[in-house]
Write a protein of this length. Sequence first.
Length: 170
Amino acid sequence: MSVRSDTEAPRRNITGFLLIAVPSVVAACLLILAIPYYAGASARIASLYANVAGPANQALTPEIDGYTHHQHHKLAAAKLDLSKEAKTEATFDNQLGQITFPRAADPHADLLIAADKKRIKLISLQMEARTLRKLRSFDARVQAADVAVEVQVRIIRQDLGLPAASGPLY
């Protein structure tokens, strides 16, 4: 049996205190670091969208112009332009799907991808045409599909604080 003398100070077990204090300090530091990150999230997301949309629009411009030029005279060239267009749009959709959007824009990003997939499917059907006339018969439906895409793009750009699209679609 150990007898404590009055001159010895009582020992304090600080383990419990440290188990609470250390994680609290770490959490506070992480919160302080997260505030500037969160404050800039909207600008980062807008930048990510612009970095995906810009190259897609640049690629689509000559592809759409090529189709417009070839649709009356060269079936194979027009189909090639449509093929490139569909590939560009699929790449855009894949890259867009990797961006985590804020709540307001997120459902519109999903709707944009869905509208784009419908457009790609329609273009795929158009590429099966065996004549220039049949190929052009899809144009009105593709233009209607363009409108569905453009509506979602307009909403996303507005939610992200971006200017209106300057390219053909995005």
